[in-house]
Design a protein. Structure first.
Length: 134
């Protein structure tokens, strides 16, 4: 079990993340200032559904093996996404990389959302905005 939370180094939200040959990771469609959905004028109730959304996070070394879970929370605290089970991460002496993809994630409201990484009993969070451009 970890004795302290790993330090958050970088969190990127994008459309896709891919493992390439030669120990490379490709990030595609990186969101710079939140996620902005566009709607057409003929849709009175536009949906904010992401066809595909990816998370790429880097954290400091892990001082022990740990259980990890990722969640996305709406501004009012509703869980929009949660990894199915705790994933085991091994103790590391270097950067810890976490990458995952979600298909068809629906955001039900605009505003500040929270990305939550749970490492054993420690929570590391990252906020991001979701809005609808008219």
């Amino acid at each position: 079990m970890l004795t302290k939370a790993p330090k958050k180094l970088n969190i990127l939200i994008c459309e896709d993340v891919r493992q390439e040959s030669g120990n490379k990771i490709s990030l595609l469609g990186t969101y710079v200032d939140g996620i902005i959905f566009t709607s057409t004028n003929d849709d009175p109730n536009p949906k904010m559904i992401s066809a595909q959304l990816a998370i790429f996070g880097t954290f400091g070394p892990l001082d022990e093996n740990c259980q990890m879970k990722v969640r996305i929370l709406s501004p009012d605290g509703e869980v929009l996404f949660e990894t199915p089970d705790h994933q085991e991460l091994k103790k590391s002496d270097s950067t810890t990389v976490i990458a995952l993809k979600m298909i068809g994630l629906e955001f039900k409201q605009q505003g500040k959302h929270k990305l939550e990484f749970n490492f054993d009993k420690f929570k590391v969070t990252h906020g991001f905005s979701v809005s609808l451009a008219e």
